[in-house]
Design a protein. Structure first.
Length: 280
C-alpha cells in the first residue's frame, strides 16, 4: 500500500497543486506557483526514503512551501477578498496542503502526532491534497460557472465537510462520519454540476469525456468513503485501508482530480474567460 499511496501523493504534490493554482487565475499566487517545484520535489523524494532525519528534513522543505501557500488565505480574507462561497472554497484549497505537510513531517520523522499512528498520518497526506485542495478548488471553479443554489452549496459544503472530517480525527468516529456525509453531499453536487457541464452544447469531445468521467467517478469513490466512515463508527463490515487506497484514493486522484483539472485547463484554453470575468 505504501508505494501506491506515495505515487498518489507525488501526483498531488507535483501536478495537482501547481495545476490547480494556475487555474485560479490569481496573479498573487503566481510566485508561489513558480517556486512550488523547489518545495514539492524534496517532499516527493522524502516519501521514498526510510523514516529518519534525511526524510524529515526534505519533508520540512515541502512543509515550508505549504505554509507559504496557506499564508495567502488569511491575507486575502483580511483584504475582504474571497468571502463569497466560491472564494471560501479557494481559501480552503490554499490552506489544506499545510495540513497534509504537517502529517508528512510527523510521519517521516516517526512521530505519532496527536496520538495518531503512522499509517493514519501517511493516509492524511493524500487525503488533504485531494479531498482538501483539489476538491475545494474544483468546487470553487464549478460554483463560478454555476452560480446558483447548487453551486453555492457545493462551494460551502466541500470545505465544511473537509473541516468536519479533520475535527472528527480528534473527536471520534461519529464526528468523522458526519463530516463524511457533508463532504459526500458536496462532492456529489460538484459531480452533478460537472456532469451538466459535460453535456453542454459546444463542448469538444475530449473535454466532455473528461468532465463526465470525473463526475461519474465521484459517485463510486464517495460511496466508498461513506461505507468506510459508517463501518468505523458502527462496527459494520467495511473496506480495509488498503482497499480504500486502491479504490477510493486512486479513483479520486486519477478519475476525479486529474480528469477535472485537465478538463478545466482545456476549458480555459478554449475560452480564456469562461466565468464572465471572474475566477475562482
Amino acid at each position: 500500500m505504501s508505494a501506491l499511496v506515495n505515487a498518489i501523493v507525488m501526483l498531488g504534490m507535483l501536478v495537482v497543486v501547481p495545476a490547480g493554482l494556475r487555474l485560479t487565475g490569481q496573479q498573487d499566487l503566481n510566485r508561489i506557483r513558480r517556486l512550488w517545484p523547489l518545495f514539492a520535489v524534496p517532499g516527493a523524494v522524502a516519501l521514498w526514503l526510510p523514516r529518519g532525519p534525511a526524510a524529515t528534513a526534505l519533508a520540512c522543505c515541502y512543509a515550508l512551501g505549504a505554509v507559504l501557500l496557506a499564508l495567502h488565505a488569511p491575507r486575502r480574507a483580511a483584504r475582504g477578498r474571497d468571502l463569497d462561497p466560491a472564494g471560501i472554497a479557494l481559501l480552503t484549497a490554499l490552506a489544506t496542503p499545510a495540513v497534509a505537510a504537517t502529517a508528512l513531517v510527523a510521519e517521516r520523522s516517526g512521530h505519532e502526532l496527536f496520538g495518531f499512528d503512522l499509517g493514519i498520518l501517511a493516509l492524511t497526506v493524500p487525503h488533504f491534497h485531494f479531498a482538501g485542495f483539489a476538491a475545494a478548488l474544483i468546487a470553487g471553479l464549478v460554483c463560478r460557472v454555476s452560480d446558483g443554489p447548487a453551486g453555492r452549496f457545493a462551494a460551502l459544503s466541500v470545505p465544511l465537510g473537509t473541516l468536519l472530517v479533520l475535527v472528527g480525527y480528534f473527536i471520534g468516529d461519529w464526528a468523522e462520519l458526519a463530516g463524511a456525509l457533508v463532504l459526500t453531499a458536496g462532492m456529489w453536487t460538484v459531480g452533478l454540476l460537472t456532469w451538466r457541464m459535460g453535456q453542454a452544447d459546444g463542448r469538444d469531445r475530449t473535454t466532455r469525456l473528461l468532465l463526465l468521467a470525473s463526475a461519474a467517478v465521484l459517485v463510486a469513490t464517495m460511496l466508498l468513503a461513506l461505507s468506510w466512515a459508517l463501518g468505523e463508527a458502527t462496527g459494520l463490515p467495511h473496506p480495509t485501508l488498503t482497499w480504500m487506497a486502491a479504490t477510493h484514493g486512486l479513483g479520486n486522484a486519477l478519475g476525479f482530480a486529474l480528469c477535472s483539472l485537465l478538463a478545466w485547463r482545456r476549458i480555459r484554453t478554449e475560452a480564456p474567460d469562461p466565468t464572465g470575468g471572474r475566477t475562482a
